[in-house]
Design a protein around this ligand. Structure first.
Ligand code: PMP
Length: 365
């Protein structure tokens, strides 16, 4: 007995942690900083850490079925109905739920290239096909309706990432609205705002709810996560905000107990911890500016908690930086073999990354 033919499925390349890298290089973990996975350099929200340890003694029980308190807090944060909030096991879990709710076998999704790999992986798990639109047609990876429409051919789901991983570019709500107007009624536009807290643009929730001058839409959904600004990547908690008319579908696509009790208690504590989020955003903006000003290579404008840098040979530069103790993301697997992505760290981490990158570039030149 063998698995079915999985040759079209490509394994997700998760960034390696400090322990793993240190073990492989036979070095002490304390010699490394990791700025490769867009994690929060200040750790989790302290309130969330307390909530997790307080809940430790409850994990013999299954999670509460509906997580009604967290759902209500998220709904309140966005001014939507509780039933429009689809809690999930990370943003990745929300990607799966949206595909389960939309894809019949053979339906296609349209994804950005370069872009986040899991959209396509998830679509394939749900027996969908994957087509791409190219953001590389201009040097700035600009996102607008026209760029997507050039490749659009009636796909059931169109994925937008704003801010975009790994380039940091965003798309205006007017462009999303136009795109939704010009695509078929059966096409869902999903705006992945995993990095939304770091961006100076409005959330596409305004399009779902018909705010800020837009008419309410039933063909736009938004994805958000607790992994980045809230510092909860390890507990796996994310959600989709869906149009009102979609509310009934959640119970039918939801994996039982997928959002864990620890995750939901942490999320409930973190969502009110504005101080932690504000501090994280402040550090991120300072790091972005510092990297733009001090890296001796082209750094793209970014609205995320990372920057993309044009280094020539990404694999060589990332490997050498790692040998010097700074782990960054080689973007070859994103289809950008000339680029690395550096997460915004604490001031000290960012300083070290910049110094190490500049020295590496000079030495490899
Ligand atoms: N969307 C994008 C663009 C991402 O970069 C990530 C995380 N790497 C996710 C979604 C999913 O994040 P998580 O599952 O940790 O919420």
């Amino acid at each position: 007995m063998q698995p079915r033919d999985l040759s079209d499925h490509v394994a997700y390349e998760a960034g390696r942690g400090i322990e793993e890298v240190a073990r492989e290089l036979d070095r002490d973990p304390s010699e490394f900083v990791k700025l490769a996975s867009n994690e929060n350099p200040h750790g989790p929200s302290p309130a969330a850490a307390v909530a997790i340890s307080d809940a430790a003694g409850t994990v013999n029980s299954y999670p509460k079925a509906a997580h009604a308190d967290l759902t209500a807090a998220v709904a309140d944060r966005w001014g939507v109905a509780d039933a429009q909030v689809w809690l999930a096991n990370g943003g990745d879990g929300a990607i799966d739920y949206l595909h389960r709710a939309t894809l019949d076998p053979g339906d296609d999704v349209l994804v950005p290239e370069p872009g986040f790999a899991y959209y396509g992986m998830s679509a394939r798990f749900h027996h969908g096909g994957v087509r791409e639109y190219s953001l590389s047609k201009n040097d700035e990876f600009t996102q607008d309706a026209g760029t997507v429409l050039e490749s659009y051919d009636g796909e059931r789901v169109v994925w937008l990432t704003s801010p975009h991983n790994p380039t940091g570019s965003t798309i205006d709500l007017e462009e999303i609205d136009r795109l939704a107007d010009e695509t078929a009624d059966e096409t869902l536009i999903v705006v992945d705002e995993a990095y939304g807290e770091f961006a100076d643009v409005d959330s596409a929730v305004s399009l779902i709810e018909g705010r800020n001058g837009f008419a309410a839409r039933d063909d736009v959904a938004v994805l958000r996560t607790f992994s980045k600004a809230y510092g909860l990547a390890g507990v796996r908690l994310g959600y989709a905000i869906v149009p009102d008319a979609w509310s009934d579908a959640y119970a039918r696509v939801n994996t039982p107990f997928a959002a864990s009790e620890l995750a939901c208690r942490a999320g409930l504590a973190a969502i009110d911890d504005d101080e932690h989020v504000d501090r994280t955003v402040e550090t991120t903006l300072a790091a972005r500016e510092y990297m733009r000003d001090h890296v001796e290579a082209h750094v793209w404008e970014s609205e995320g908690n990372f920057v993309l840098v044009d280094v020539g040979d990404a694999s060589a530069v990332a490997e050498e930086m790692q040998a010097r103790g700074v782990i960054v993301r080689d973007c070859t697997s994103f289809g950008l073999p000339g680029c690395i992505r550096i997460t915004c760290g604490t001031d000290e981490e960012t300083d070290r990354a910049v110094e190490t990158l500049n020295a590496t570039l000079a030495d490899l030149a």
